[in-house]
Design a binder for this molecule. Structure first.
Ligand SMILES: Nc1ncnc2c1ncn2[C@@H]1O[C@H](COP(=O)(O)OP(=O)(O)OP(=O)(O)O)[C@@H](O)[C@H]1O
Length: 795
């Protein structure tokens, strides 16, 4: 079993709640947990606008002896901090509703929503890899290959939500997390909005200034929301590659506080790149970060760009395929707590309804408080959460299931993504081998050479081939070519795909039979190339990626992955998602149903989206279908209670969280109430602002210091300007240090400045553009060595 980091005060595992354990250990070692519903709460993962996000473990394990508790991240929102009809309330329900409908490996998965009398708990899959900006901070900037892979994941996730008719509107590094395999996870859907086929323009500017497209700020006209998301993706890509944000270097607006100036600067200052960004990503970035939204590259063309070509197989997975894959991957999920809780009496906050005695003893339950707590609003008692339908018994029996319970929070998303990653990796490996074999054999006439496949892949876009002949070709390709299932000709194999898609077991078998020999053939290559990735705590994470990948690999192997680039359907603005009104029924437990484009009517908006979020309410009053923005408060037609009831219904499952946490999970004060988070009004958040400042001022350790030598070549003026006054003082201290001043005072100064030493060095750099070049051709290696010299002097 994996080691457990100290900070996660986990006492769980099999012994949780076990009376045997307590008997053995005695009361002295009685396990005491802070719990929320069926989860034991652990450490605080982070804090946001709504309160703390806690690590959680599922308390209830299945009968399987090897079962490990599932980890989740629980966003705890104090109910009394959400004023009725407030923007905060809208954001929460908007986020919940959006997440309910999104099933993509790069989008955080909503497990469930719980509430008790005090808190609403949004239970999300746990992204154990941490915050993305810290990842970049640690690495200073990402290697091109890594950046490309993560960017492709970002694009895939964003593209998926766009295909669902949703736009994120607050894409930024701070809203990206990593899973344990260092896959990107998009979070924070508080600004998500819905757009419609014939009018996707929005009028509410939101997001973070540094990531917001210029049209959001410089113009009051409605903007094309998807294009704004694309812009944000560009800023994120730039940050990945450069290590800092673009246009963060305006000397006249050092802190970027003056949004008008910031955007004036953005629109007038050509994009500059540090020298280490190569031409291909530069070209893509120029196309994305084009101030004119009309000229800005579309999602479809991003996916066609040469730079992301290595990931074409991943990008060509359609939203429908993701939905199918993610749904079928439920087979990996451990038994849900649902069954355990469904039997609970539905009395509110009753200690007697908490299940077993041991549960109660294990929890820090304040019985008296529970009795006296006011009941949650009536409307919250018949809540239904939209959860995927439980997998069929047949699927449950899949041999794959047991192998994946330890992957990222047992998330199907993670598994699917891992499967794709593995498939891609295998594809690449196979391609390598294939190329070498091809070279050996000089089989130029072989129509299945990689070159041929690539060519066909390139030219196939938008064309339809002879299905039957292609199917035959595919069969050959699947058997002999590393490009199996990745090329567009796979499209024609739809009959076979359809059959395969109906059953994960079938998929697995099909995959196994089709790929066994190729897998074996390249096995040693794979073994050589697979490097363990750093992971954080995942109990018993031992599932093999290859096993985890079976369902999706099978899809790829069978050619299910269709190249969507030519079809264009997923890029059209037609929303594909419509929620069944029945999903609002208390008897719910139905997944949102995907309806075909044909049956979608823009005049028939999704009901629960309409009912729960002001921002998602389509204007009915002759505004040309313009989606109402976050500041365009919903028109109240009924009384508050009725509206509130509508809002709550279909959103929250009342899990009877009678186990109230003892720990005070104080969310932030009410000062956020009514706060506007539009670009124009939102205060820049220094804590979260992605810049060298946030990187270096918070990242203390030698690792960050390691970057300092190089930072001279690239450090944006942000740092200089942010610490300009204190920096001078610190520079003086630095100089004193280097002079070998060993006085006590100096030592004290050194110790007091230790925490921001990395900032010192950056701060002392003269202002420069982000594209500042390495100084005097000094090599990075030399700078690193120099750095260590300096460092050792100080110690
Ligand atoms: N699924 C998750 N897995 C791991 N950590 C998470 C997860 N969700 C959130 N966190 C952590 O909690 C922090 C706050 O979460 P989040 O940003 O979603 O909260 P929020 O209340 O929506 O904040 P804000 O809207 O101000 O960004 C994140 O920065 C992250 O560190």
């Amino acid at each position: 079993m994996a080691s457990i980091p100290q900070r996660h005060t986990y006492y769980g595992g099999e012994g949780v709640g076990s009376s045997d354990l307590r008997g053995m250990e005695g009361s002295r070692h009685r396990r005491r947990h802070v719990t929320f519903g069926p989860y034991i709460l652990g450490s605080t993962l982070g804090e946001g606008e709504f309160g703390r996000v806690k690590l959680g473990w599922s308390k209830h394990l299945s009968n399987s002896p090897n079962e490990v508790p599932k980890q989740v991240a629980i966003k705890l929102v104090r109910r009394d901090t959400i004023p009725k009809n407030s923007e905060k309330e809208i954001k929460i329900y908007r986020e919940i509703n959006a997440l309910k409908h999104l099933s993509h490996p790069n989008i955080v998965k909503l497990e469930e929503v719980l509430q008790n009398s005090k808190y609403i708990g949004i239970v999300l899959e746990y992204a154990s890899g941490g915050e993305f900006y810290k990842y970049i901070q640690k690495k200073r900037r990402l290697k091109e290959g890594v950046a490309c892979r993560l960017f492709v994941q970002l694009i895939s996730g964003v593209h998926y939500m766009h295909a669902k008719g949703l736009v994120h509107r607050d894409l930024k590094l701070e809203n990206l997390l990593l899973d344990k395999h260092e896959n990107l996870v998009i979070t924070d859907f508080g600004f998500v909005n819905e757009f419609f086929a014939h009018n996707e323009l929005m009028k509410t500017s939101c997001g973070s200034p540094c990531y917001a497209a210029p049209e959001l700020v410089v113009s009051s006209k409605p903007y094309e929301a998807r294009k704004a998301d694309i812009w944000s993706c560009g800023v994120i890509l730039y940050a990945m590659l450069a290590g800092y944000l673009p246009w963060d270097d305006d000397p006249k607006n050092p802190d970027g506080n003056d949004i008008a100036k910031l955007y004036h600067y953005i629109t007038r200052t050509p994009l500059k790149f540090p020298e280490y960004v190569t031409p291909l990503p530069r070209d893509l970035l120029r196309r994305i970060l084009c101030p004119d939204p009309k000229k800005r590259i579309t999602m479809r063309n991003i996916e066609k760009h040469e730079w992301v070509r290595p990931h074409l197989p991943f990008l060509s997975i359609t939203p429908e395929e993701w939905d199918r894959t993610m749904l079928s991957n439920q087979v990996f999920r451990p038994p849900k707590m649902k069954s355990q809780h469904s039997s609970r009496p539905r009395s509110n906050c009753s200690t007697s309804s908490t299940g077993s005695k041991s549960d109660k003893r294990d929890s820090l339950v304040i019985d008296s408080a529970l009795v006296n707590l006011p009941a949650p609003p009536q409307e919250s008692q018949s809540h239904v959460i939209t959860k995927p339908s439980p997998p069929s018994p047949e699927l449950r029996r899949s041999p794959v299931r047991g192998t994946n319970r330890h992957s990222r929070s047992n998330s199907a998303a993670s598994i699917a993504l891992q499967a794709v990653v593995d498939a891609e990796r295998e594809h690449n490996l196979q391609q390598e081998v294939y190329i070498s074999l091809s070279k050996k054999n000089h089989s130029h006439k072989n129509r299945n050479t990689p070159a041929f496949i690539v060519q066909r892949s390139n030219t196939h876009s938008g064309t339809s081939g002879n299905a039957s002949s292609l199917m035959n070709k595919d069969s050959t390709i699947v058997e002999t070519s590393p490009a199996k299932g990745h090329t567009t000709e796979a499209k024609s194999n739809s009959n076979e795909l359809h059959t395969l898609a109906t059953s994960v077991n079938k998929d697995s078998q099909s995959f196994k039979s089709k790929t066994n020999h190729t897998t074996n053939q390249y096995h040693h290559f794979a073994a050589q190339h697979r490097k363990p990735r750093p992971t954080s705590y995942h109990p018993g994470s031992s599932a093999s990626a290859a096993e985890a990948s079976l369902p999706y690999q099978s899809m790829l192997a069978s050619g299910e992955s269709q190249n969507q680039l030519g079809s264009g359907s997923q890029f059209d603005s037609t929303p594909l998602l419509q929620i069944e009104p029945s999903s609002l029924a208390p008897s719910g437990n139905q997944s949102p149903r995907m309806i075909s484009r044909k049956s979608f009517s823009a005049s028939k908006p999704s009901l629960d989206l309409q009912s729960v979020s002001g921002d998602l309410i389509k204007s009915q009053n002759g505004t040309g279908g313009l989606t109402k923005g976050i500041n365009d408060q919903p028109q109240e037609t009924g009384n508050d209670e009725a509206r509130r009831s509508r809002r709550y219904s279909g959103v929250i499952v009342e899990k009877m969280c009678s186990t109230v946490t003892e720990e005070k999970v104080d969310s932030k004060d009410n000062s956020t109430e009514g706060s506007k988070r539009t670009v124009m009004e939102r205060k820049p958040d220094n804590r979260k602002r992605f810049s060298f400042l946030s990187f270096y001022s918070t990242y203390e350790t030698s690792k960050s210091s390691l970057d300092t030598s190089e930072s001279k070549t690239v450090s944006p003026p942000t740092i200089t300007r942010k610490h300009s006054s204190s920096a001078r003082q610190r520079t003086v201290n630095e100089q004193e240090d280097t002079k070998g001043n060993n006085s006590t005072a100096s030592r004290q100064t050194r110790s007091s400045t230790k925490n921001y030493r990395q900032s010192v060095m950056i701060a002392s750099i003269p202002e420069s553009t982000p594209a500042a070049q390495p100084q005097n051709g000094q090599s990075t290696a030399k700078k690193v060595v120099d750095f260590f010299k300096r460092r050792s002097m100080r110690i």
